[in-house]
Design a protein around this ligand. Sequence first.
Ligand code: THU
Length: 130
Amino acid sequence: MTNAELIQISIDSQRLSYSPYSKFKVGAALLTVDNIIYTGANIENAAYPVTICAERTAFIKAILDEQTKFVKIAITASSNEFCFPCGSCRQFMNEFTDEKFEIIVFDGKTINSIKLTKLLPHSFGKSNLL
Ligand code: THU
């Protein structure tokens, strides 16, 4: 699965976004080591903080499908600007990924790839609690 293919799936997933408040549609496509793709989209709420980001909806679908190993996630937004994951999503994804996990973003022209560990350095995680 190329980054370009995964980006296209995340763009297609934007149509599932429920975002009547921000009107900012986000799509995500999460790839597992077994080459399964889980899509996600942001789901907003009238009580704004209850909103769930696209990245977390994709992960939750995968986790409840008993998937445990992830390769990369593509994230796109209707604004056509790079949509890097918010701080809560970085922490959420850190729980279920290893140091090789990649974040793929697209601004309508260029695909960028960056490791989650670079977006969330010195993270707090499972190993801190051992
Ligand atoms: N959002 C995401 O789904 N993912 C991100 O990485 C950034 C923000 C959503 C949350 C909310 O529905 C809208 O974008 C505006 O913040």
